[in-house]
Design a protein around this ligand. Structure first.
Ligand code: NAP
Length: 283
């Protein structure tokens, strides 16, 4: 019996149980994936859950908002990517140590590579990306892109948040810049962009009329738009991008890829992605 789960708050709309239960079924393993709603200020409950991973009663734990950063302080060891971005979303025991990994990084990159490979006309010869937002997800995306040879500009409505993100990656100072979150700054970088990533919740249900893209600015002509938001499946930004003839994708692929990597860390099983996508089809 494999006991897995997710800690965070709120968890009511999480799709992770569907994905991991499908993965367990596919592998013929008995197990469960439980939701552990734990408030930001309930450090005792978070520690108690981590102790259950330590003693083996939970084999693997996913971590989501609001605990991804603070959980890193409660672990024995961090895998390099988790250490680099200062956040972990996957917890497990390795060599007797409570260990954290960040599978969002791999999940995003795996999905992006697959999508770009399927878009040969738009395939980024020039790897120039604009990341919108500077929160936890933007940090993971920026790290993933920098390590894949991209130049990255970050735009956040609070410049100090973008500066803090940039300060986290001092080894990449030549490839990582900040731009203001306004129409003029966007217009200046648009011509050179081959990828736009929305790492803000703008456009997420129920605010589906919102777009993180400034009004009156044309989207880059030959770029791919990757929206981390997946509720709705086609956001306003993605719809606008498609209307302008761009390739536009949602964050479902990243969700599936990060889950598949977590599941593989915990169980050793690689699950075909179509099994996991199928589990989400009716949602
Ligand atoms: P976060 O840490 O709260 O950061 C959100 C960022 O977006 C902040 O920079 C925030 O700026 C900015 N922002 C919020 N509303 C905005 C708006 N209307 N216009 C411009 N900027 C805005 O959240 P996160 O964990 O990074 O998550 C960001 C999004 O990615 C969420 O929608 C989340 O569901 C999604 N996500 C998807 C996946 C996936 O697997 N597909 C994985 C992780 C995250 P302020 O601080 O100024 O508000």
């Amino acid at each position: 019996m494999i006991s897995l789960g997710l800690v965070g708050y709120p968890l009511t709309h999480s799709l992770s149980p569907l994905i991991h239960k499908a993965a367990l079924n596919y592998c013929g393993e008995k197990g469960n994936y439980a939701l552990f709603p734990v408030h930001l200020d309930d450090i005792h409950a978070l520690k108690a859950l981590l102790d259950r991973v330590r003693d083996g009663s939970i084999a693997g734990l996913n971590v989501t908002i609001p605990h991804k950063q603070r959980v890193t302080l409660l672990l024995d060891e961090l895998a390099r990517p988790a250490q680099a971005v200062g956040a972990a979303n996957t917890i497990f025991m390795r060599n007797g140590k409570l260990t954290g990994e960040n599978t969002d990084i791999h999940g995003f990159l795996a999905d992006l590579r697959k999508l770009l490979a399927a878009e040969p006309d738009r395939h980024a010869i020039i790897k120039n990306a604009l990341v919108l937002g500077a929160g936890g997800a933007a940090r993971a995306i920026t790290y993933a892109l920098l390590n894949d040879g991209w130049k990255v500009a970050v735009a956040a409505r609070r410049p100090e948040q973008a500066r803090a993100l940039i300060a986290q990656f001092p080894d990449h100072s030549l490839d990582l810049t900040r731009i203001d979150y306004d129409a003029d700054a966007f217009r200046a970088v648009v011509p050179g962009l081959s990828l736009v990533v929305n790492a803000t919740p703008a456009g997420m249900s129920p605010d589906i009329e919102k777009s993180p893209w400034p009004k009156g600015v044309s989207l880059p002509r030959l770029a791919v738009v990757y929206d981390l938001v997946y509720t709705p499946r086609v956001t306003k930004l993605a719809a606008d991008a498609r209307l302008a003839g761009l390739g536009a994708f949602n964050g479902i692929g990243m969700l599936v890829e990060q889950a598949a990597m977590s599941f593989s860390i915990w169980t050793g099983f690689e699950v075909p992605r179509e099994i996991l996508f199928a589990a989400l089809e009716e949602k």
